[in-house]
Design a protein around this ligand. Structure first.
Ligand SMILES: *[C@@H]1O[C@H](CO)[C@@H](O)[C@H](O)[C@H]1NC(C)=O
Ligand SMILES: *[C@@H]1O[C@H](CO)[C@@H](O)[C@H](O)[C@H]1NC(C)=O
Ligand SMILES: *[C@@H]1O[C@H](CO)[C@@H](O)[C@H](O)[C@H]1NC(C)=O
Length: 489
């Protein structure tokens, strides 16, 4: 499998050079240095090239658990304030989360003051963030953590705070100046048709600050919600057109800067400014472009603290419409939204299912919980090294669903860098007895003639060696998951 992946990338590299050559000739621009620089781009354009999210990012994000609670007068412990983020950060360190890989502490909506300053810059709410965001970044950095912030592509954030529309470059510069490490860029109060232009523009503005900022986009989610053409997942990473796109986009980025700098209050009809090369083609709003623009991207509805929500998201990923799983890889990942492990709504077994599935999906592992009041079980789960290792596997493959019996078992496989695979058997059936499942590796599409050595992942228990055709039986708890790691013998 690893070799096949390598060959695929090698083939892409070759095509890239061929296309590049053709393009250069046509432009009569055969300068050696340009050629070399561009050739480098060919290899790098599989994903956003800011050096971040080489494996799925891990951390903590306030939204699902703390929402837009701004009432620090009556609820000082839980309101959106610098105290909340500092307290969670302290616990990430003292309770061992940082040491197993959780590093981002991410602010969500409701942090800014309602008005920008006289120069148009965002300011943090002076009552709830009296020390300011830069001090909070520095606090995180002093603990070996990173700070993430939130803004919105539209005129206002989802909760009605100032949005980035017409202020994108100013905001990018502000976040860089504050030494922020990540930006979640939402899409409320905007025209999603502008997104294929606006999100790459923001990505560009972040890039030219020179400060690496992990870019988390909600772009495909809003396109899907507004019933725009479903992103063209099939085109993702399938050719080297990206090189051309890069150049075209560069040309147009300059235009976007001009628009924003000089025509900021023209109602920003971005689409009118898209140049030749089809920057605004419906085709371009595909995952190839998204992966080039964002480190992680939300492609489905918000998670809530319920089993129904978890199953709904898992099913969406299982359908893998347009093969979006293929867009996941180092530098860019599909984001099924936050972990609600340690909250109110899921049983322990269901928490195992969410955590296990998110690991298999190579999903960002962003906890949204209160680390000061989390159960010992949930904490142990979130710190399970074997499950985290599945998530953090360097290939960055997203598990695909081999098959499902609707309302009952489904089988998921994630190929790993070791040459082995993580296999998840999810049981969404809530009838109160573990479900028996008998299979053999040959039934699951595996082909190694010598068979496999197998471990159960949560408990790190050796299951033994199995010949390719040898049947074996496992039991999957109701509304839970069984995960095994199989390595070829
Ligand atoms: C900006 O983009 C270039 C080219 O893709 C990349 O090499 C560089 O690391 C990026 N810088 C930042 C700060 O993201
Ligand atoms: C999904 O994309 C991958 C990588 O491009 C490809 O190998 C695979 O055949 C595709 N699967 C489907 C069902 O289109
Ligand atoms: C799992 O068990 C093996 C021994 O079989 C051990 O080497 C490894 O460190 C264990 N992994 C974890 C995460 O405990």
């Amino acid at each position: 499998m690893v070799n096949r992946e390598r060959r695929r990338y090698a083939a892409q590299g070759y095509l890239c050079f061929a296309k590049l050559f053709e393009h250069q000739l046509s432009l009569k621009m055969m300068f050696f240095s340009t050629f070399v620089a561009s050739a480098l781009l060919c290899q790098l354009t599989l994903a956003l090239d800011n050096g971040l999210a080489r494996t799925p990012p891990m951390g903590w994000l306030s939204w699902e658990r703390f929402r837009c609670n701004t009432d620090c007068k009556n609820d000082p412990e839980h309101c959106i304030s610098e105290q909340l983020y500092k307290r969670q950060a302290d616990l990430m360190v003292s309770e061992g989360y940082r040491d197993v890989g959780y590093e981002y502490v991410n602010i969500d909506d409701c942090w800014p003051a309602m008005e920008r300053d006289k120069d148009g810059r965002l300011v943090a709410d002076p009552v709830r963030f009296p020390s300011g965001i830069k001090a909070l970044s520095r606090y995180m950095h002093s603990k070996g953590l990173k700070l993430g912030i939130y803004e919105d592509f539209g005129s206002k954030t989802c909760a009605g705070y100032p949005g980035s529309e017409f202020y994108m470059q100013i905001d990018a510069n502000t976040f860089a100046e504050w030494e922020v490490d990540s930006l979640k860029f939402d899409g409320c109060n905007s025209d999603p048709k502008d997104m294929p232009v606006g999100y790459p523009a923001m990505s560009f503005f972040l890039n030219i600050t020179g400060h690496p900022i992990m870019f988390s986009c909600e772009w495909p989610l809003y396109e899907i919600m507004h019933k725009l053409p479903v992103p063209n997942y099939a085109a993702i990473r399938s050719s080297c057109n990206q090189w051309r796109n890069y150049v075209d986009v560069q040309d147009n980025w300059d235009k976007v800067i001009q628009i924003i700098d000089h025509y900021g209050d023209d109602k920003g009809n971005f689409s009118a400014f898209a140049g030749p090369g089809g920057w605004n083609d419906p085709d371009m709003s595909d995952y190839r472009t998204i992966a080039k623009t964002c480190n992680i991207w939300r492609n489905y509805v918000d998670v809530t603290d319920s089993w129904d929500s978890i199953v709904d998201i898992i099913n969406m990923y299982g359908k893998d419409e347009g093969n979006f799983s293929a867009a996941a890889g180092p530098g860019g990942f599909n984001d099924p939204d936050m972990l609600v492990v340690g909250d109110y709504g899921l049983s322990y077994y269901q928490q195992k299912a969410q955590f296990g599935m998110w690991a298999l999906f190579a999903a960002p592992l962003m906890m949204s919980n209160d680390l000061s009041s989390i159960s010992a079980e949930a904490k142990a789960l979130l710190q399970n090294k074997n499950i985290i290792a599945i998530n953090q596997d360097p290939l960055g493959n997203q598990a695909i669903r081999l098959f499902e019996v609707p309302g009952s078992l489904s089988v998921w496989v994630k190929k790993m860098a070791s040459g082995g695979s993580a296999i998840g058997i999810l049981n969404v059936n809530n009838q109160g007895t573990p479900q028996k499942y008998t299979t053999a590796f040959s039934d699951l599409g595996f082909t190694n003639k010598k068979g496999y050595v197998v471990k159960e992942a949560f408990e790190n228990k050796t299951m033994g060696k199995y010949a390719l055709d040898q049947a074996f039986t496992i039991y999957v708890d109701p509304t839970s998951i069984f995960i095994m790691i199989a390595n070829p013998l």
